[in-house]
Design a protein around this ligand. Structure first.
Ligand code: EPU
Length: 338
């Protein structure tokens, strides 16, 4: 049985810790409850918002619809052979718990994605990524329900149209499917990905010779802990902005002026770290009232306590304007605004 609550406060359900109300709220604990949910008038007649860890969302106002909290749990090995293992995780699992499940068995492919906040179901939405790996690299397929019909549909990887922090679920099919589970294909053979410079540097510096996927996972956890604020201590949603794609010519122009500017090159695409651009504009560590820019990573906006979503949004707009002014580049938000 599902219980639909009225006028529910969401402060604890978003990592920014912003106080916002939703007209209706329901927790989904079993897949079989979806049917009942889809038939309810509260669901049928209202705007819907599926929530996982609430780690990529900024409430700038109350939500006049129904929030569905995905708490579907369960991780199982579907199939394995000498090379690969296929793991199914329900969408309400905490992403990092799935990572731990895999690295404790020494499976490879997911370890660079350690400690990313949020749930499994939300991860493919924005194709989470860190340290040279994106979830698209390990996805086999995604189990969903079509919201209009309640029918189950499996998306193969190529149907998901993954891009940098992007998928079909954020674009063409936005709001049309609920992700109930994800199937990953991991490797049983040692297969580390250390092409991300900061990761390799950390391993060298700490004299770590990688023997298991847990070694890499532990390193990523250390690096993240040293740079990124813990949402339990200080409200934030990880990277607030996306890194920015630039043309080859623009990159040349920038490098002529800023010789040490970091950038990534991926298949003829050039990306400049937004954190670097924001820092160069003088924002790093700056505080305005209840909100600010994190002192160790300028991509992260923080709520020092009692902030409204609007304060964060206003700060983000000032940052976007100043980066555009100085560099002629338009940075975009990664976080979803409500
Ligand atoms: N940099 C600065 N100043 C800053 C931040 C970064 O100069 O304030 C420079 C760094 O020195 C480095 C470069 O920018 O040369 C890249 O920095 P970093 O390795 O920290 O990564 P990022 O590009 O800033 C991205 C992801 C992170 C992910 C890291 C590690 C995006 C939007 N962010 O950040 O993802 O953890 O790479 O792979 O792509 C997240 O999405 O919430 C997130 C934290």
């Amino acid at each position: 049985m599902i219980e639909i609550k009225k006028d529910y406060n969401l402060t604890k359900l978003n990592t920014f810790g912003i106080s916002a109300q939703t007209k209706f709220f329901v927790e989904l604990n079993k897949e079989s409850e979806l049917k009942e949910l889809f038939l309810s008038s509260e669901f049928k007649n209202n705007e819907k918002l599926f929530l996982g860890g609430g780690s990529n969302i900024l409430f700038t106002k109350d939500f006049n619809g129904i929030v569905i909290l995905n708490k579907l749990k369960g991780i199982e090995i579907l199939e394995e052979n000498s090379e690969n293992v296929f793991i199914k995780s329900m969408g309400g699992e905490i992403w990092h718990n799935l990572v731990l499940f895999a690295v404790n068995k020494n499976y490879w492919g997911i370890e660079n994605l350690s400690l990313i906040p949020g749930t499994v179901g939300a991860a493919p939405m924005q194709n989470i990524g860190a340290y040279g790996v994106e979830i698209k690299d390990i996805i086999e397929n995604i189990e969903t329900y079509e919201i209009k019909t309640g029918k189950k549909k499996i998306f193969e990887k190529k149907e998901c149209e993954f891009g940098y922090r992007d998928s079909v679920f954020k674009n063409k099919l936005k709001g049309q499917y609920f992700i109930s589970a994800v199937v990953l294909k991991l490797s049983k053979k040692q297969n580390q990905n250390l092409k991300y410079r900061a990761l390799q540097e950390y391993l060298d510096k700490s004299n770590i010779k990688v023997g298991s996927s847990k070694d890499v996972s532990d390193a990523v956890i250390e690096i993240r802990r040293s740079k990124l604020p813990d949402p339990k201590v200080i409200g934030n949603a990880g990277s607030f902005f996306k890194n920015v794609f630039v043309s080859k010519q623009k990159l040349k122009d920038l490098l002529a002026e800023y010789k040490n500017m970091p950038y990534y090159e991926e298949e003829e695409n050039f990306k400049v770290p937004a954190g670097w651009l924001i820092e160069k504009c003088g924002w790093k560590g700056k505080r305005i009232g209840n909100v600010g820019v994190h002192e160790k990573q300028a991509l992260v906006l923080v709520n020092y306590g009692g902030a409204t979503g609007k304060e964060i949004k206003d700060l983000s707009e000032q940052i976007i304007a100043s980066v555009e002014d100085k560099f002629g580049l338009k940075i975009e938000r990664e976080v979803n605004l409500i």
